[in-house]
Design a protein around this ligand. Structure first.
Ligand code: NAP
Length: 451
């Protein structure tokens, strides 16, 4: 079975399911889980959806490598090919699933499939965040689906929630924990009182963090997801490089301890918000102090959760497994079933209107801040430090001093201030001889300044 039939197929009980042939690009963590779910669960998917999925070809870098642990290994082996173009260009392949990762060759393969009229499903956040305008245009030109639910927050149906369920909603803010690795590290630091390096080593030992962890701990992964979410929520063209980004590497156990004493948890947040009805969009990723009473504060370990605020819908939150082979493959499978239905019904997907985004720079953010610094423990230092805050127009709400031999650690919480003024304060502090180093900056996400 290869070509879409011209008559509309209606599935009635007892009717054979419509068969759709998939070409799979990549068979790693997600691809192998997807392969198993499709081959092992084909009958139940067909019974529930009326679509019978079969995988025609699977492209990998090295087809000769034994893919141990995969129960369906023998079924896989006969489908493996080394050339991904032979999958995309195969006339029998009707839907392409891209699970290679990275921008190239994924972008060229996806574009080629879309231009040939084949729907594409991907979990590749890097690709979607960098090229979604181009890929959506190609999909719309061909009248086929380009679906990417699994690219943000794994199994959590977040893209569909924003795109479909909340399609008529005026969203003001999305705030989420979208990187499981950093959430695991921060949870261990908070609950066990261990330092960043020890928590990272633990995450690496458990397979939550890569040996080279910068994509996660420096916030690149979360920034790509923030760009995708902001694009959908605000109908805007936002790419990863538009996202202001800070990672968690400067957060220490003492910062987390201090935050907890004040009633906060430290979380790496992806935040996208829009001012007013049609105002500029602010998209940023940074560690933040979240009040313990906020639902995001209790999201532990490697779980993800995203909090959405809409004008009519109010506040809602989705929570679940944000990564891992099977959770991600589950989201991929959902998209594949949707694309297969559209293909069989010959229905064009709803067009997506995206405008160039008017972006609000981080310097215009107004927030309360946590700032910790190490200073020489000698008379007059505190007065000099406080004078810098005053000169830059940043008002101090509270201050704590902890002695460290002949040094001291000063921790400040500010009143609401402009980010540009806070950055000027940091620059001024760095010029003081008595300031050894600025150790950590956190933004508080209180909606209102407490009394
Ligand atoms: P992975 O384990 O590294 O698998 C990548 C697969 O692509 C491998 O099978 C590899 O072949 C194949 N491949 C790479 N380059 C290729 C090329 N040029 N031609 C043909 N095949 C090629 O990656 P993954 O973890 O499954 O992730 C796949 C995608 O899902 C990525 O975009 C990732 O960001 C996204 N994602 C992953 C997760 C997760 O938890 N893993 C969660 C959400 C989203 P070999 O097997 O021969 O090396």
């Amino acid at each position: 079975m290869s070509q879409a039939s011209s008559a509309k197929e209606v599935v009635v009980p007892g009717e054979p399911a419509a068969s759709v042939r998939i070409g799979l690009l990549g068979c790693g963590n997600v691809g192998s889980a997807f392969f198993s779910m499709v081959t092992d669960g084909a009958l139940s998917v067909a019974a529930r959806t009326g679509i019978s999925l079969e995988i025609g070809k699977v492209a990998v870098r090295d087809p000769s490598r034994f893919r141990g642990g995969l129960e369906s290994h023998s079924r896989l082996v006969e489908r493996l090919v080394a050339d991904p173009w032979s999958v995309v260009q195969d006339e029998e392949i009707e839907i392409v699933v891209e699970l290679i990762g990275g921008v190239e060759p994924a972008r060229s393969l996806v574009l080629s499939a879309l231009e040939a009229g084949k729907p594409v499903v991907t979990a590749n956040k890097e690709l979607v965040a960098a090229c979604h305008a181009e890929l959506l245009a190609a999909a719309e030109g061909a009248g086929v689906d380009f679906l990417y639910e699994a690219s943000v927050a794994g199994a959590i149906p977040l893209v569909r929630l924003l795109k479909d369920s909340l399609a008529g909603e005026r969203i003001s803010r999305i705030m989420g924990i979208v990187n499981g690795t950093t959430n695991y590290i921060l949870t261990r630091m908070s609950e066990e009182g261990i330092g960043y390096a020890a928590a990272l080593a633990e995450a690496q030992a458990l397979g939550y963090a890569e040996a080279e962890p910068s994509a996660d701990v420096e916030g690149f992964d979360a920034a790509a997801k923030a760009a995708i979410l902001a694009g959908i929520a605000f109908d805007s063209l936002v790419v990863s490089s538009d996202v202001y980004r800070e990672g968690i590497t400067s957060v220490g156990a003492s910062d987390i301890d201090f935050a907890k004493r004040l009633g906060y948890e430290v979380k790496l947040l992806a935040i996208a918000e829009r001012e007013g009805n049609d105002g500029p969009v602010s998209v940023r990723v940074h560690p933040a102090m979240v009040p313990s009473s906020h639902p995001l504060a209790s999201v532990r370990d490697s779980f993800n959760a995203v909090f959405v605020e809409g004008e009519a819908a109010g506040e809602l939150m989705v929570y679940g497994r944000g990564a891992g082979g099977r959770p991600t493959a589950s989201a991929v499978l959902g998209d594949v079933i949707e694309a297969a239905h559209h293909l069989r019904e010959q229905s064009r997907p709803r067009p997506t209107k995206r405008r160039a985004a008017s972006l609000k720079p981080i310097s215009e953010l107004r927030a309360r801040y946590y700032l910790s610094l190490e200073v020489l423990d000698r008379p007059g230092v505190l007065a000099a430090v406080a004078a810098v805050f005053g000169t830059c127009g940043v008002s101090i709400r509270s201050m704590e001093q902890v002695g460290l031999m002949d040094e001291a650690r000063l921790v400040f919480i500010t009143h609401t201030a402009l980010e540009a003024d806070l950055q000027a304060t940091i620059a001024g502090l760095e010029r003081l001889d008595s300031v050894e180093r600025i150790t950590c900056l956190l933004r508080l996400v209180d909606s209102e300044e407490p009394e």
